[in-house]
Design a protein around this ligand. Sequence first.
Ligand code: AMP
Length: 279
Amino acid sequence: MQVLKTVKEIQDYTSKQRLNSSIIGFIPTMGALHAGHISLIHASKRENDITICSVFVNPTQFNEPTDFQKYPRQVESDLIKLEGAGCDLAFVPAVGDIYPEPDLTTYDLGIVATVIEGAHRPGHFNGVASVVKRLLELVKPHNAYFGLKDYQQYLVIQKLANLYKPDVKIVGCPILREESGLAMSSRNQLLSEKGKEIASNLHKSLNLVKNNSEQYSAADLEKIGIAYLESKEGIEPEYFMVVDKHSLIQSQDQNSNNLIALLAARIEGIRLIDNMFLA
Ligand code: AMP
């Protein structure tokens, strides 16, 4: 596996691959890789000639300085995992390479970027849009892979790609979970064993709501989800929403085929998100 660090190197590499007519798959990550990330590498390897993964903790998407400082960084072991997964190229840029100048653009990505996480984490999706647009411009992939674990992010990036990079296909990949049901996340390493056990209730709350989705309205399902989380010691719920899976707004449509439940909660001070389609 090749490891490239500079913008010039990655541009030269991907231009050459494109001249060779290689189909390029790309997975942007912030590192501290786990099996969820690796599943995206596998998806890309199945569908492309060349798989490129970036490891870059993007400062502009953190709206809390302590979250950015605490975010786990372990590039050496990430590179070993990527090589083991058969990734062809790891791109590990420095902040100055991605942002030679601060990106002051305000991206208008519509309602999907302003509700739920957009409302709870001001500036977050603008930072995500900024880094993903820059990375897509540098890597010029044919296909880019994103986890449905960050479902709203996936919708935001689809919108971003439609606006700025319509030639890139955005592929959403299923959520990988621990045996306990806890959605895999780099942030899980910041939890104690007890914290992880408590965090498995997030998945349980989503299952509970899904199992009741035929009998209750979206508004009542939200109440059921929040009440479940509040009943568990050690969980501080931030939101539990049941919304239309395309628009992310509350809908009168009771057809569970169109609904998704999304939640955010803090456990031991660590903010976790999860979601589940209700059908
Ligand atoms: P991150 O490093 O957290 O920015 O994540 C990089 C990519 O991996 C994003 O597209 C995430 O949605 C995806 N990802 C993170 N956790 C999981 C998971 N448990 N299952 C599937 N994809 C995931």
